[in-house]
Design a protein around this ligand. Sequence first.
Ligand SMILES: Cc1cc2nc3c(=O)[nH]c(=O)nc-3n(C[C@H](O)[C@H](O)[C@H](O)COP(=O)(O)O)c2cc1C
Length: 137
Amino acid sequence: MVKYAPLAIAVCADKNREKFPGLWALDCSAAAENILLEATERRLGAVWTAVYPFEERVKGIKELLNLPANVIPLCIIPVGRPAETPAPVDRFQSFVYPSRDVVIPSRGRSPRDQTFVAPTNENAWDKAFNRNRLQRC
Ligand SMILES: Cc1cc2nc3c(=O)[nH]c(=O)nc-3n(C[C@H](O)[C@H](O)[C@H](O)COP(=O)(O)O)c2cc1C
């Protein structure tokens, strides 16, 4: 795919400029998603092709692009004119937490699709969100 695309964007992190150590992959993922959204907005075709965390791919792309040791590629995004425009697929999955107030209304069509009850109880839920520090939405 990338071989035939007129453009490919390598989304990379510069580890020397990392503001919050350990978050580079998440930061770059957000950047990659924004690139995909912008490409779609411009009616272009684009796809995330994974590099990190596959060591062989990271090594290969680093060599190919001659990247310095501190720069790590997260993904390559080939961009071009889309060859096809498949219809969007609705993969929305609602969920209801059993005892309390987080309820997302379902858009599922069959009863089986309508609710996913998380396999947890209220204590586990509160513990996970550490009530004293985080507000539940
Ligand atoms: C983290 C991540 C890595 C991906 N890696 C690849 C990849 O290596 N090759 C590829 O063709 N698509 C890759 N994709 C794209 C997915 O296969 C898929 O096309 C994309 O998520 C859109 O899916 P959808 O249109 O079916 O919703 C990746 C997507 C994500 C989010």
